[in-house]
Design a protein around this ligand. Structure first.
Ligand SMILES: Nc1ncnc2c1ncn2[C@@H]1O[C@H](COP(=O)(O)OP(=O)(O)O)[C@@H](O)[C@H]1O
Ligand SMILES: [Mg+2]
Length: 364
């Protein structure tokens, strides 16, 4: 088996698995200074875009293509490439298709999609000027595109809205949901979907603190919220997107209203994955490889499911004990350190809450 991976930034997360499976690895990257270029069997530096990876895939006669792209902008080009390569050359490309990317890469399209399929999402309006505002304060102002909290403001007054419009001439305006933030990963391939256990990412704040900067835990244990409901809704959303790979979804739960709200979908590898793996033993990046080699199945996922208490803590620069090799694998570690220097996070797991607390003490 020979797989083309596109993008090197996440490759160290699965290098160990690719070797364990005896897969021949080819990788394309557009930045010759990028990390992890020493890991795959062969590396090709190509111009940005999908023409380079496509040429390499054909020239190298790979059996499948697995894009490892953790940011939004390239996803649409990847989606067009997927549809072309699968149609013309019958080589599987484990990634989201054009429809799924169009619906999820823009938050306004996602809201319309939720309404169409009957999934509850916070009340919203498209604002073209501050005086059109028809939702009570506080409101959340966003742009259609963006990730990691970019261009998001929780507005408490008309002055806030006006200052947002100094910078933008349109906004997606949402009611502010006071409650718990929840993420979940769904894996999908060839029409089969499985929703992994949801994780808890903290409470929303009026400052709009992004979950990237909060302590997270798995499995999700929010009073009044049934995890089966989260999994069921996430499964429905994924099925309606009808695409392959990873679907990471963000939800909010308001205890006051006893209502689950769908926020956004990311059709790519994402930051939730470490905590999902810690919690249930299933690693979404490894499953992308399994999809590529024809070893992905719902039965196999069920067999692998484990149950741990886990947590993820933003730590800056990690200085605790070193993990075992391979350092990114929970199969040989009860903790994994990830993220760039200065923004590192440690994800740890244990069989009980007490054991998890003492492990975290040891690590931090
Ligand atoms: N309607 C809302 N109510 C309360 N907080 C919100 C709302 N929308 C967004 N937020 C806060 O802003 C964060 C980022 O919003 P999100 O829509 O997920 O954009 P991004 O793509 O930047 O992650 C959320 O995780 C949450 O903390
Ligand atoms: Mg988000």
């Amino acid at each position: 088996m020979k797989i083309l991976f596109i993008g090197s930034r996440l490759y160290d997360d699965i290098d160990w698995y690719v070797r364990e499976k005896g897969i021949e690895s080819v990788l394309t990257e557009s930045n010759e200074e990028a990390i992890n270029l020493d890991l795959p069997d062969q590396v090709f530096i190509v111009p940005r875009g999908m023409d380079g990876p496509k040429q390499v895939a054909l020239m190298q006669h790979v059996d499948a293509i697995v894009p490892l792209i953790g940011i939004d902008p390239p996803l649409i080009d990847v989606a067009y490439m997927k549809e072309e390569i699968e149609r013309e050359y019958d080589i599987p490309v484990v990634a989201a298709n054009v429809k799924a990317v169009e619906l999820t890469s823009n938050k306004i399209n996602t809201k319309k999609f939720y309404n169409e399929i009957g999934v509850v999402t916070p009340q919203y309006q498209i604002l073209n000027s501050p005086d059109e505002l028809a939702i009570d304060f506080p409101v959340v102002l966003k742009q259609g595109e963006g990730q990691g909290g970019k261009d998001i403001m929780v507005a408490k007054s008309m002055e806030d809205v006006e200052s947002y419009f100094d910078e933008f001439d349109q906004a997606l305006c949402e009611e502010f949901i006071e409650g718990s933030e929840i993420s979940i990963e769904v894996l999908g391939f060839k029409g089969e979907y499985v929703a992994l256990p949801p994780i808890y990412k903290g409470e929303t704040t009026i400052e709009g603190t992004h979950p990237l900067n909060k302590v997270k835990t798995g499995p999700c244990m929010v009073e009044g919220l049934d995890n089966n409901l989260v999994q069921h809704v996430a499964y429905q959303v994924a099925r309606n997107l009808g695409s392959d790979g990873i679907f990471e979804m963000d939800f909010m739960y308001s205890a006051k209203r006893d209502q689950l709200y769908a926020i956004e979908v990311n059709t790519r590898p994402n930051g939730t994955r470490y905590l999902t793996t810690a919690t249930c033993g299933v690693n979404s990046l490894c499953e992308l490889v399994n999809m590529a080699i024809g070893e992905f199945s719902l039965a196999d996922i069920s067999d692998k499911l484990e149950y741990y208490y886990s947590t993820e803590i933003p730590i800056g620069d990690y200085e605790g004990p070193q993990p075992n090799e391979p350092v990114k694998s929970f199969e040989v570690n009860d903790f994994v350190v990830h993220g760039p220097k200065g923004y590192q996070r440690v994800t740890a797991r244990a069989n009980s809450k007490e054991e998890l607390e003492s492990l975290v003490d040891k690590l931090t």
